[in-house]
Design a binder for this molecule. Structure first.
Ligand SMILES: *[C@@H]1O[C@H](CO)[C@@H](O)[C@H](O)[C@H]1NC(C)=O
Ligand SMILES: *[C@@H]1O[C@H](CO)[C@@H](O)[C@H](O)[C@H]1NC(C)=O
Ligand SMILES: *[C@@H]1O[C@H](CO)[C@@H](O)[C@H](O)[C@H]1NC(C)=O
Ligand SMILES: *[C@@H]1O[C@H](CO)[C@@H](O)[C@H](O)[C@H]1NC(C)=O
Length: 358
C-alpha cells in the first residue's frame, strides 16, 4: 500500500503540496545516516493526553504521572515511538530530562536515575512512575511522544503535600541571603518553599509579617489580616512581594517547606528540665536525636502533635506544637509557637525525632 501511494505521489507531482493538503495527509523526507532518502507517508494522527492536570505525593512516597498516546485512525501495524519525560522545577530554572524511552528500552537521567520508570501497562501507556519522591521534585513534568513525523506532549504538575513555615536566623530578623536561606531550610530538614506552596498556605491562613526568600529568588510575605505594622489596615489581604532581590547582597528571613516524615517526633518525658547540651544527650540516650524545626512542623501538620510544653530543638530554638488551641497555650489558632533562641544554659524540655523506615 505504501509503495502504491508513493508511486502515485511521485507520478502526480502532488507530493510538494501534500503537507498542507486539507485531508490532513502529509509526508516527510528525511535523511538517513547514509544519505539515502526515505519517504514516509501517513494519514495517521498522534494524540497525547495526561488525564490529570496535577498529582500529589508525600516525601519518600511514590507517585504516578499519567500519560497516554494513541493514533487516529488506528494504524494497521505497531509503530515505534520515542517517549521523553522532562521536568521544569517549580523552583525555576531550566527544563531537564528525566527519562527517555525508545520502544521497550528506557533510561532514567540525572537526579532521577534509578527513581523513575515508564509504566507501559497497556498499549500507549507512557505514565511515569516515581519512587522516593523528594521535597524538591515539585514542578511540571512533560511527557513528549515522538513518532518520526509528529511530536506531541502533555504535562502534569507534581505537588507535594506539606507545610510551609517561616524561619529566622538565630541572630534575629533579616540575616539570610539566598544561599543562607537555602542552607537554613536544609538544616531544618526542609527545602525553600515555592510560590504555589506559600500561596496555598496563605489560603490556609498563614499570616506572617516578615518578608522571606522563596525558591525562585523572590522575597514575599503572606498577610491574611492586614494590620498596622504590616502595611496597614488599608491594604487587602494577600501575598505581598518585594520581587526578585539580589541573592548575595540582600538579607531577609525565609519560607521553608517540609513534608511528611518517616519517623516520629515526641516530647521526651524527663524528670527534670535541661540545658541545650543535656537535651541533645537525652534524645541520644533515648535512641533518637533532637528534632529539627521542619520535623516538628511536619509532625504538627501530619500527625496532629499537640503539646503545651516548650522544648529545645536542634537549632537552639525553643518551640511547642498546638493543634487544639486552649487557654494558657498561646494564641487562639493552631500553630507551632516559638520562644525564639534562648541562651543555651536555660532549662527546658526537649522534642526528639526517631527515624523508622517502615
Ligand atoms: C543505505 O541505503 C540503502 C538503500 O537506499 C541500503 O540498501 C543500505 O543498506 C544503506 N546502508 C547503510 C549503511 O545503512
Ligand atoms: C514505592 O514503590 C516501591 C517499588 O515499587 C515499593 O517497594 C514501595 O513499598 C513503595 N513505597 C510506598 C510508600 O508505597
Ligand atoms: C533535591 O534534594 C536532594 C535531597 O535532599 C538533593 O540531593 C538534590 O541535590 C536536590 N536537588 C536540587 C535540584 O536542588
Ligand atoms: C549544661 O549542663 C551541663 C552540666 O549538667 C554542663 O556541663 C554544660 O556545660 C551545660 N551546657 C550549657 C550549654 O550550658
Amino acid at each position: 500500500m505504501m509503495i502504491c501511494c508513493l508511486a502515485q505521489l511521485v507520478l502526480s507531482g502532488w507530493a510538494r503540496t501534500a503537507p498542507t493538503s486539507p485531508n490532513s495527509f502529509f509526508y516527510h523526507n528525511f535523511l538517513k545516516g547514509n544519505s539515502s532518502r526515505e519517504i514516509h507517508f501517513s494519514g495517521v494522527k498522534l494524540h497525547v493526553d495526561s488525564a490529570q492536570a496535577s498529582v500529589s505525593a508525600v516525601r519518600g512516597g511514590n507517585t504516578t504521572m499519567p500519560c497516554r498516546f494513541w493514533y487516529e485512525p488506528e494504524p494497521s501495524s505497531p509503530r515505534e515511538v520515542r517517549v521523553k519525560w522532562s521536568w521544569l522545577p517549580a523552583a525555576g530554572g531550566h527544563e531537564t530530562d528525566v527519562l527517555v524511552a525508545i520502544g521497550p528500552h528506557s533510561r532514567s537521567l540525572g537526579e532521577f536515575r534509578g527513581r523513575v520508570q515508564l509504566r507501559q501497562d497497556f498499549p500507549g501507556d507512557a505514565a511515569l512512575v516515581m519512587t522516593e519522591v523528594q521535597l524538591n521534585d515539585t514542578g511540571h513534568y512533560r511527557c513528549e511522544v515522538v513518532d518520526r513525523l509528529e511530536d506531541k506532549s502533555s504535562s502534569v504538575y507534581l505537588e507535594l503535600k506539606g507545610v510551609v513555615f517561616p524561619y529566622q536566623h538565630p541572630r534575629g530578623q533579616y540575616h539570610l541571603n539566598f544561599q543562607g536561606a537555602q542552607q537554613a531550610c536544609e538544616e531544618q530538614d526542609a527545602t525553600l518553599a515555592t510560590f504555589p506552596q506559600l500561596f496555598q498556605s496563605w489560603k490556609e491562613g498563614l499570616n506572617w509579617c516578615n518578608a522571606g526568600w522563596l525558591a525562585d529568588g523572590t522575597v514575599q510575605y503572606p498577610i491574611t489580616r492586614p494590620r498596622v505594622p504590616c502595611g496597614g489596615h488599608g491594604l487587602a489581604p494577600g501575598v505581598r512581594t518585594y520581587g526578585r532581590r539580589h541573592r548575595r547582597l540582600h538579607h531577609y528571613d525565609v519560607f521553608c517547606f517540609s513534608s511528611s516524615l518517616r519517623g516520629k517526633v515526641y516530647y521526651l518525658q524527663a524528670s527534670h528540665k535541661m540545658n541545650l547540651t543535656e537535651a541533645q544527650q537525652a534524645c541520644q540516650e533515648n535512641g533518637a536525636e533532637i528534632a529539627k524545626v521542619g520535623q516538628l512542623y511536619a509532625a504538627w501538620k501530619f500527625t496532629g502533635l499537640d503539646r503545651c510544653d516548650a522544648g529545645w530543638l536542634a537549632d537552639g530554638s525553643v518551640r511547642y506544637p498546638i493543634t487544639r488551641p486552649r487557654r494558657n497555650c498561646g494564641a487562639s489558632e493552631p500553630g507551632v509557637r516559638s520562644f525564639g533562641f534562648p541562651p543555651p544554659q536555660h532549662k527546658h524540655g526537649v522534642y526528639c525525632y526517631k527515624f523508622d523506615d517502615e
